[in-house]
Design a protein around this ligand. Structure first.
Ligand code: MG
Length: 239
């Protein structure tokens, strides 16, 4: 074997060991993620049991920044706050802009700033509800951090998950996020007041949501004009 051949063999061995280490790291990451999701699920089940025991209806609302989650919540609260005692939990990386908007509608609101975390998890919710007298509430809404990816790793222990998209995000937005729609009970397609101007293919969005999850309920809304908010309340059993 020439000197060059020997060097080549040693380089190949080195690369093989790097690959093995990479595989091991990947396996550890996958196992850790599974472990975290399992622990989250256990805590979420405990939360849901607690909420059911106190006859609280609970909803978590997910969607991208600007899809209209907060405005939809504001419209819902306007309609039902005289009938139900409501607690709203708002998740955001930073700021309490959403909490402030919702507080102005007269609901008790708690803001969670997640810092570097891109979604709320059951631990965040547990920290809040364990210190609350749950007998004081009829309905809990959780508005998640604005994005369509991270929330699919964590259930929060609510009766229903509602995913809000808007037609301004384009007709591929549902097709590109199958995980979230598979685990949602209601898909809200918002901002339909802009349909004429944007020409978004809403039929495709509806078909995609139903293809990923045949049980999902799809509703078209305009939070801005209030269109179909009553129908949404009906789907949430809050009418
Ligand atoms: Mg918001």
């Amino acid at each position: 074997m020439t000197k060059e051949d020997k060097e080549l063999v040693s380089r190949i061995k080195e690369l093989e060991s790097i690959n093995l280490a990479r595989d091991e790291i990947r396996d550890v990451v996958v196992e850790t993620k599974k472990g975290i999701e399992k622990e989250n699920e256990k805590l979420a089940n405990k939360i849901h049991e607690n909420l059911l025991k106190n006859k609280i209806k609970s909803f978590d609302i997910v969607g991208a920044i600007g899809a209209g989650k907060t405005l939809i919540l504001e419209k819902i609260i306007e309609k039902i706050s005289s009938k139900y005692k409501i607690l709203v939990i708002c998740g955001d990386i930073t700021t309490r802009i959403d909490a402030k908007r919702i507080e102005e509608k007269g609901s008790e609101t708690i803001q969670i700033n997640t810092g570097r975390e891109c979604a709320l998890n059951a631990y965040h919710i547990y920290q809040i509800i364990k210190n609350k007298n749950l007998e004081d509430y009829d309905v809990i809404f959780i508005e998640n951090v604005g994005n369509l990816i991270c929330p699919s790793d964590f259930i929060l222990g609510t009766d229903m998950r509602i995913t809000v998209v808007s037609i301004t995000e384009g007709e591929w937005v549902i097709e590109k996020h199958p995980m979230l729609f598979k685990m949602s009970d209601i898909a809200v397609i918002n901002k339909i007041d802009l349909l004429e101007r944007l020409g978004t293919n809403i039929d495709k969005m509806i078909e995609d949501a139903r293809r990923f999850n045949p049980k999902i309920q799809v509703i078209l809304t305009s939070a801005k004009t209030g269109k179909n908010i009553d129908k949404l309340l009906k789907l949430m059993n809050l009418d």
